[in-house]
Design a protein. Structure first.
Length: 280
């Protein structure tokens, strides 16, 4: 049942992505960080539909991915990579003369970014992807030691700049800005969700806050001795790493327990630790 549910979710996410591509990216003629964007440019030089070109590019990248990436390549990527052009072909048959919903390329790109990010968010949270540039990014990461985020940006910008081969300077600028904005949206709605927060607290209700962290949040914490530079009075500072939901609970509790508490918060991208085991 879990596998069926996952494939239903991937199908819905891929349908959302293909809808964004067909209804917003196609009409804009922009090449915004996707294989579909490159297909739009190539369709001006090759006598095939965008769906057919997308399918061919995805199959080529799948083969290259298998050869160069190996076991890191999953069935989920294969499924979505082949399903995306199938949905695009379906839309081309259903709407053969479709032009644009907004009749404005800038609005088309803006709408595309937000709709496609929704589909990508679903896939990324399932440890899946729609293939395409994700494969290119993984290859750059594996063989050239380029960070995955930067690899996505570099490959996306190359595709965005390719629009200069077929369109005017306005479309090129829209493609480049759209690629940059797409990265920002993904960071906000996907990658930022996994960020943890390092919360440092100095309070007169330290024991109460400590017990809340340990007993209610079921999280660990570290306590340091700190001195105020002005009065040199000794205080305790408690430091805890929490996720997004735990952070909200903690801040609400502190606000209720000690509104005068001194709190500093830092974003933490990664935490590596060995869970403690309690000896019987």
């Amino acid at each position: 049942m879990k596998t069926i549910k996952e494939f239903v979710q991937m199908t819905v996410a891929t349908l959302i992505i293909s809808s964004a591509v067909f209804f917003f990216l196609y009409p804009s003629h922009a090449s915004v960080s996707s294989i579909s964007g490159l297909s739009i440019v190539l369709s001006n030089f090759i006598p095939f539909s965008i769906a057919t070109i997308t399918m061919a590019l995805n199959i080529l990248l799948l083969i290259v991915g298998f050869l160069l990436i190996g076991n890191e390549f999953g069935a989920k990527t294969i499924y979505t990579s082949l399903l995306l052009p199938a949905f695009l072909k379906m839309y081309e048959i259903l709407f053969p003369n479709f032009q644009s919903l907004t009749h404005d390329p800038i609005l088309d790109v803006a709408a595309y970014i937000f709709v496609v990010s929704l589909g990508q968010c679903i896939l990324f949270n399932m440890n899946a992807s729609s293939g395409g540039l994700d494969i290119v990014a993984k290859i750059l990461n594996k063989y050239f030691r380029i960070d995955l985020g930067k690899a996505m940006t570099y490959s996306g910008m190359c595709i965005a700049l390719s629009s200069c081969l077929a369109y005017d300077s306005k479309t090129v600028v829209i493609s480049v800005l759209g690629t940059y904005l797409n990265g920002l949206v993904l960071d906000q709605f996907i990658f930022d969700q996994n960020l943890k927060r390092r919360v440092c607290i100095v309070s007169s209700k330290m024991d109460t806050i400590k017990h809340f962290i340990l007993d209610d949040l079921h999280s660990g914490a570290t306590i340091y001795e700190a001195y105020g530079a002005y009065s040199m009075s000794k205080r305790q500072e408690i430091i805890v790493i929490v996720n997004k939901s735990e952070y909200q609970k903690l801040m609400n509790f502190i606000q209720t327990t000690d509104p005068k508490a001194f709190i500093t918060v830092y974003k933490v991208a990664q935490v590596n630790y060995q869970p403690k085991t309690i000896e019987p």
